[in-house]
Design a protein around this ligand. Sequence first.
Ligand code: FE2
Ligand code: FE2
Length: 197
Amino acid sequence: MAKNLKNAGPRKHEPLVLELIPENLLREPIEYIFADHYRMRQVMATMDRFLSEGIYAQPPTDDDVKADMAVIRDYLRDELPPHIADEEEDLFPCLERNSPGDSDTKQILATLHQEHEEDFALLPPLIAGHDDLLAGKPVAKRDLFETSVIRFVETQRRHIIWENNIVLPLARRRLSAEDMEQTGRDMAARRGLEYPA
Ligand SMILES: [Fe+2]
Ligand SMILES: [Fe+2]
């Protein structure tokens, strides 16, 4: 509070707050994944803004910027890998099993799988860059960091559109109640959570 009173000007942007997904939604795992896509979009939008406004060019001195950067770093480090695993280990194989002879779906899932592989290649430079900035240092490999941010934001936006508009609607139609429960149980276990009663 004291800080807010001291800093006369209002902040220009809302703080980046990623709402926790209610654990009950694990019973509807496709909606859980859909909710996570919304959070990812918030992360992408802030990364895009930090890059275009030159905020990534030097370590942040503003506490609000530092807080947003930590949210981004924590999401990339702790939340994106299990999200990708939800899709790679549960949702996609399940959808593929339930879509015999559907070569279009197979092709879309193959493309999304390749993009997940690329995400895993981009994550180390992205996380290292945020770690440097949060430690008060300029990014050690700045060119690699900035090209990774650009590539990541650009591919993720398209990736989420394909998943939200094609893969999730297909999964809602094609996964059985048992598939949904198994997927939700695996997602809970991946996060160290109890499957909701
Ligand atoms: Fe994905
Ligand atoms: Fe996704």
